[in-house]
Design a protein around this ligand. Structure first.
Ligand code: XMP
Length: 601
């Protein structure tokens, strides 16, 4: 789709690079609109754009199957910036030689020889991210070399008169330390685009796109309480009249403390409560989960109930036929993941947003996903611009099945006793026991379901890390290690009690989770971790439970490190949580993913 205001936007020709979408995202950071375009478009169709970027690509310019662009774009008079493969393609069209050889992957040191134009206000030496096997070898006299690296003679060039530029590195990835400044110099400096600084204009643009897509139809949304669906719903609700917009939030009884109320309050505050229906289905969910201990079975029951409730509600509200679109909070990484990245999180997300029914609707053009181009941090920003409460926009990711998969259940009193685990001599200050309680892990190619090791000893993160990786890598019976941070009793006396998913245990976990969130919030540390599950284990000495804190750092949830929080904050949480009635101990999970997963089930 060509941008309506192409004269103030950049056209990005997609030559197949994995970072192509990221170029558009970085330009959005600079408040510059951009369209991603097919390389097959004839040059005339690109005439309106204030500038053109040729993206990177996996190909070699000499490969006959390589994508190319209409060479007449050089004659349009518009500024052009070629990146990586685009740089080589542009150089070749301008008469330069491209040669295979001198591969460069990762960080390189760029030395700038011509600091004006593209590199204005950036240092003469800077780090850039390279990923190429071919390179531009020599330039014809009308082209000016701008920069070199140790392995790449022409790391950047320009034809300043015609405003044509090429860079071998990737300014769009954050590893290129001045990449954003280089894109700014091109977009604003060279192309003369006025950044669209007004946030309201950005929202107005998004709303206009929604109105265009929806036409005279209406939109039905399932709102989960998470950031993405809340922001997508709020955007649509602002764009459309209340009578053509309906959101359904199902209270499963498995949400965290205050979550349902916060969501309602946030929408009330925006004047959107009329469009949001809340159905209390907690009785139904909890009844169906009674006596179920197997994690996958819990997930299947919850998934089925969601579909049932949604179908019932739609029948009740008269939502049928082609007059309705289904609204979803899908974001860009979900789309990449559903394109085939392996891993359970990916599959789960694909399952939610790309189940068979949704795919059928997508094919009929009956789905609207206003955030499909955005990354999580941008969604949070749009949410803030919309006026959603920070408590909602800054929320840590929360799994669809909610607290149900954070409360471990045990059908019968475990037959297996707690046993001491021997540690290497280096760790003499620790005592370790094997709890007869299994949690999920990911080791090698698959998921494992193995016992947990519990430690008593100092909170020395380096040592804990070594213990957990030794135990999980060298021994085949474990995939997770925790260290006790509150509760003083002999761990050899621990028992795994028969336990179910009851309202009482839910209330206990909610309390512990609420304490954790409050301490993190009050210490200004909410953003210092990526996610922070709090888990309830049927482990105690007197029939009570234990709480596990599981703060992690991650980029996408596929791999993660246990977060090494300051002792003081941990101590404050642990002391308060162990005072919650029925909680006998508090542990900290000190295992990375892999070998364990983020959640316990
Ligand atoms: P794991 O535990 O697999 O979690 O390391 C990775 C990420 O996925 C989330 N997660 C889920 N999300 N439904 C969801 O919507 C689920 O069943 C589910 N299980 C795990 C988890 O919270 C983490 O962010």
């Amino acid at each position: 789709m060509i941008h309506k205001n192409a004269s103030s936007a950049i056209g990005i020709v997609d030559l197949g690079g994995q970072y192509c979408h990221l170029i558009a995202r970085r330009l959005r950071d600079l408040r510059i609109n951009a369209d991603i375009l097919s390389p097959e478009l004839p040059a005339e169709e690109l005439r309106e754009y204030a500038g053109i970027i040729l993206s990177g690509g996996p190909s070699s310019v000499y490969d006959s199957a390589s994508p190319s662009v209409d060479p007449r774009i050089i004659e349009l008079g518009s500024p052009v910036l070629g990146i990586c493969y685009g740089h080589q393609l542009l150089a070749m069209h301008l008469g330069a030689e491209v040669k295979p050889g001198e591969r460069e992957f990762g960080l390189s040191r760029l030395a700038i020889t011509e600091g004006d134009s593209l590199f204005r206000d950036t240092p003469a030496i800077q780090k850039v991210w390279m990923s190429h096997s071919d390179s531009v070898d020599s330039l014809p006299p009308n082209l000016l070399p701008l920069a070199t690296t140790e392995r790449c003679g022409v790391a950047a060039f320009a034809d300043l008169n015609r405003r044509l530029f090429g860079v071998q590195f990737h300014p769009e990835v954050t590893h290129s330390e001045h990449g954003l400044a280089i894109l700014r110099n091109f977009g604003i400096g060279v192309c003369g685009i006025n950044p669209d600084v007004s946030a309201t204009t950005r929202l107005a643009g998004l709303e206009e796109e929604i109105r265009e897509k929806v036409g005279t139809r209406s939109v039905f949304f399932l709102v989960s309480g998470g950031v993405d669906s809340s922001v997508a719903f709020a955007l649509c609700a602002r764009a459309l009249p209340a009578s053509r917009m309906l959101g359904l939030y199902v209270d499963t009884g498995l949400m965290r403390e205050g979550e349902t109320e916060e969501l309602q309050q946030s929408f009330r505050h925006l004047g959107l409560s009329e469009q949001l229906r809340v159905r209390d289905e907690s009785e139904r969910f909890l009844r169906s989960l009674e006596g179920v201990a197997d994690p996958e079975k819990k997930r299947r029951i919850i998934g089925r109930l969601f579909v049932e409730v949604q179908e019932e509600a739609m029948r009740e509200y008269g939502i049928e036929g082609t007059k309705w679109l289904l609204g979803q909070g899908t974001i860009y990484p979900d789309t990449i993941e559903s394109g085939g990245t392996a891993g359970r999180a990916a599959v789960i997300k694909t399952h939610h947003n790309r189940c068979a029914e949704v795919v059928a609707l997508l094919e009929k053009g009956q789905v609207i996903e206003p955030l499909a181009e955005f990354y999580k941090d941008e969604v949070r920003e749009v949410g803030r611009e919309l006026g959603l409460e920070p408590a909602l926009t800054n929320r840590w990711p929360f799994p669809g099945p909610g607290l149900a998969i954070r409360i471990l259940c045990n059908k019968a009193r475990s037959e297996r006793p707690v046993r001491r685990v021997r540690l290497a001599n280096d760790f003499a200050e620790y005592r370790a026991v094997r709890l007869p309680l299994k949690s999920v892990g990911v080791q090698g190619d698959g998921r494992t379901y193995r016992d947990v090791v519990a430690l008593d000893g100092p909170l020395d993160y380096a040592k804990l890390h070594r213990i957990s990786s030794d135990l999980c890598n060298l021994r085949t019976s474990f995939n997770r290690v925790v260290v006790r941070i509150a509760g003083k009793w002999d761990l050899l006396k621990a028992r795994v009690y028969p336990s179910a998913l009851t309202r009482e245990r839910l209330a206990k976990l909610r309390r512990a989770d609420w304490i954790t969130r409050s301490v993190m919030h009050d210490a200004g540390m909410t953003d210092s971790v990526w996610q922070f599950p709090v888990i309830l284990l049927p482990v105690g000495r007197k029939g009570g439970d234990s709480v596990v804190l599981r703060p992690v750092n991650s980029v996408d949830g596929m791999t993660a490190n246990f977060a090494q929080l300051p002792f003081e904050a941990l101590n404050t949480m642990a002391k308060r949580i162990v005072r919650v009635p029925g909680v006998e101990a508090v542990f900290l999970d000190c295992t990375d993913k892999p070998p364990s997963t983020i959640e316990w089930e």
